[in-house]
Design a binder for this molecule. Structure first.
Ligand code: ACM
Length: 676
């Protein structure tokens, strides 16, 4: 009896009512009403679906049951859901009124009601129901022995209709499984557009049966077969995700022109040829907009690409045409004069406008990077903003200009995750900044945004750690209210969300250890791991020194590839230093000095490790500088000892110089604050 009472008491204590703030939901829902009570999960838990949904909900619900079972180990009875009203007695009832379309501006709302013995998801269609299932998985709680959901009512819908992730599969090819696991992760963050960058100077990645030369000559054997692409489009559809293909023209065309040099703009003696680029950067290869053959070939390429992608949008790139080949070609210059085209922008608009009917034939709307927005560009085009800022002093930029000029528009500036900037810069980048006044019509043209994963410095090994978890913060910015913008809350919730992404196969956590093991030459990785939690890869493309240091075949298995934006221990250290500077209590001091002691011994460990690990050598100068500064600051904080301020400054600057390992110390600012 005493034992039973203890068990009851124990479960009472650990099921204690949680608060809304304790929920690790992301993106944060529009409306949450949490009340006392729990729904206990048991082996008999089942799902039932009613209404007129698209069959994707059966796959979504089955995946939901498998993930729930994987987390809880309950051996849930239910196997595969295949039809409506299979288990009318089920505890989870999903009702979808209608069949959701994979389109922009579709109703994605859902209502999730959890009571002590029933869970109900009501949605207009299956797209909303899928979102409801993701929210439900995020609500799962546990005590020491069992799992349960809190009693809650959630009403939710997105703020923006376009919540995307772009993956560049051209610079570094990203195989099918990389794309699929990222589609799963996107769906878990309620993202609904996958923008697939399929061709660029460094490679052509899409098999075309009418144009085999493209993959034969310009893919190095790395491309998606048509079957693979159809399979990915179907996989995305099952997760409520629209796929938007991008074939970048007229610039970024080295791969296309390697196969079809006759439609390039280059002039010169003898036979004109192009080659696939091995470096990063902006190249000259540009299609000839004056040559009818250009449109013949593009038309025939688009005729084959378009049917692979049932969605309504086709991205033609249009960015970074440097105009050099056009300027150097007398026939193109004459064409401009003959056709009253004042400059290269007008010539590019002439080119873009020719693509509109080719795409219209396939019911596709043209989308392009912001350079396509010129005076005469069709208002049917979607403008993809990517340069300058959207927030801050110069707020607005191309996105706001596009919305005011009558274009639908999507934001990517501020969401370039390949810049390796911290969470905050992305999270607080609102598509419609507070100080920008837009009419309701203009606001409605701001469709949303897209995280941009350019792949100059990513391979299947490290790509997930560049996309996640920061893209979850972007997903929240695009789904949740503008007022949901507290960094502390975001960081707290992201710890759980980041861990949950592993459930979907995302490798951002585990592949770090794979890289560190390689660097350590299969020795103990603890010191490397500690150091990696203090370092961040160089930001704003500084790592690649103007696109020359890393070629497309260079190793991306280095220390910088194991490091992430928002270095975790650096964040903890910065908090500790701020607390100490605000209140120099003994306790606050110990927290800071413990870091220094740890880093001094970490440096010794790295030196020891390097004896049999050449890849550790490039880290040693920075680690030594940190260790030296740590020793000086220990003395300084001890007060009994004088430090040589000039020496300290000198050592600090060494912590702030470019490391041969292409990383920077994310604790530099706090070290400097402490030294003053
Ligand atoms: C781009 O980053 N060139 C769109």
């Amino acid at each position: 009896m005493k034992y039973i009472l203890m068990l009851l008491f124990g479960s009472f204590i650990s099921n204690a009512q949680i608060t809304t703030e304790q929920l690790n939901l992301m993106p944060w829902p529009q409306n949450i009403k949490l009340t006392a009570g729990t729904f206990a999960l048991s082996k008999n838990f089942k799902v039932n679906i009613t209404g007129n949904p698209n069959p994707r909900i059966f796959i979504g619900a089955t995946n939901f049951v498998r993930r729930l079972d994987g987390r809880t180990g309950l051996f849930l009875e239910q196997s595969f859901l295949t039809k409506v009203n299979e288990s009318p007695e089920a505890e989870l009832q999903i009702n979808c009124v209608s069949n959701g379309k994979i389109e922009i501006n579709e109703d994605e709302s859902y209502q999730l009601t959890i009571t002590s013995n029933k869970i109900i998801i009501n949605a207009t269609n299956d797209l909303g129901a899928l979102h409801g299932l993701e929210t439900l998985l995020q609500l799962l709680q546990n005590n020491s022995t069992s799992y349960y959901f809190p009693v809650v009512e959630i009403n939710d819908s997105p703020r923006f209709t376009w919540r995307g992730l772009m993956i560049d599969a051209a610079r570094h090819f990203q195989p099918v499984d990389v794309i699929k696991r990222n589609l799963d992760a996107m769906a878990s963050m309620k993202m609904n557009v996958f923008h697939w960058h399929l061709a660029d100077d460094q490679g052509w990645r899409i098999q075309l049966k009418n144009h085999p030369k493209l993959t034969e000559l310009a893919s190095d054997g790395n491309f998606y077969s048509q079957e693979e692409m159809k399979n990915i489009v179907k996989y995305a559809d099952e997760r409520g995700i629209l796929v938007v293909p991008e074939i970048d023209v007229p610039g970024h065309a080295s791969a296309l022109l390697t196969a079809y040099p006759e439609i390039g703009s280059k002039v010169g003696e003898g036979k004109i040829t192009y080659e696939v680029q091995r470096n990063s950067g902006v190249f000259n290869a540009t299609l000839d907009p004056t040559n009818p053959k250009t449109y013949e070939i593009l038309s025939s390429i688009f005729d084959e690409v378009c049917p692979l992608f049932p969605g309504s949008y086709f991205h033609i790139g249009g960015d970074e045409n440097n105009g050099k080949e056009w300027n150097a070609n007398p026939e193109i210059q004459q064409f401009k004069k003959d056709n009253n085209l004042a400059n290269n922008h007008d010539l590019q608009t002439y080119f873009n406008m020719k693509l509109i009917p080719i795409l219209k034939k396939h019911n596709k709307k043209l989308m392009g990077w912001e350079e396509i927005m010129t005076e005469n560009m069709s208002k049917d085009a979607i403008i993809h903003a990517w340069r300058g800022t959207n927030e801050g002093k110069e707020a607005g930029g191309a996105l706001i200009k596009a919305a005011k000029s009558g274009y639908n528009t999507v934001l990517s500036n501020g969401y370039y995750i390949d810049l390796m900037l911290g969470l905050e810069s992305h999270y607080l980048n609102d598509p419609i900044p507070k100080k920008i006044i837009l009419s309701p019509e203009e606001k409605a043209r701001v469709l949303g945004g897209e995280a941009a994963m350019w792949s100059e410095l990513v391979t299947p090994l490290n790509i997930d750690s560049r996309i996640w978890p920061r893209t979850a913060a972007i997903a929240e910015r695009l789904w949740s209210n503008a007022e949901v913008n507290d960094m502390n809350s975001l960081r707290k919730r992201l710890k759980m969300i980041s861990f949950r992404l592993e459930e979907l196969g995302i490798t951002h956590i585990r592949n770090k250890e794979v890289i560190l093991r390689n660097i350590s030459n299969n020795q103990d990785t603890r010191a490397l791991n500690d150091f990696s939690n203090l370092c961040e890869p160089l930001k704003n493309y500084k790592r690649n020194g103007g696109g020359k240091k890393y070629r497309m075949h260079s190793p991306l298995t280095l220390f910088a590839d194991a490091c992430n934006a928002d270095a975790s221990e650096a964040i903890d250290f910065n908090v500790a230093v701020n607390a100490y500077l605000a209140d120099k209590s003994k306790d606050n001091k110990v927290v800071v000095t413990d870091f220094f002691k740890k880093w001094i011994s970490m440096n010794s460990d790295l030196i020891a490790l390097s004896a049999n690990a050449p890849l550790v050598q490039p880290l040693l100068p920075l680690s030594k500088s940190l260790s030296d500064v740590s020793e000086q600051l220990l003395l300084l904080m001890d007060k009994k000892q004088k430090v040589n301020q000039a020496l300290l400054e000198d050592l600090l600057e060494k912590c702030n110089t470019r490391s041969p390992a292409d990383v920077e110390l994310a604790v530099y600012g706090s070290l400097k604050n402490l030294s003053q």
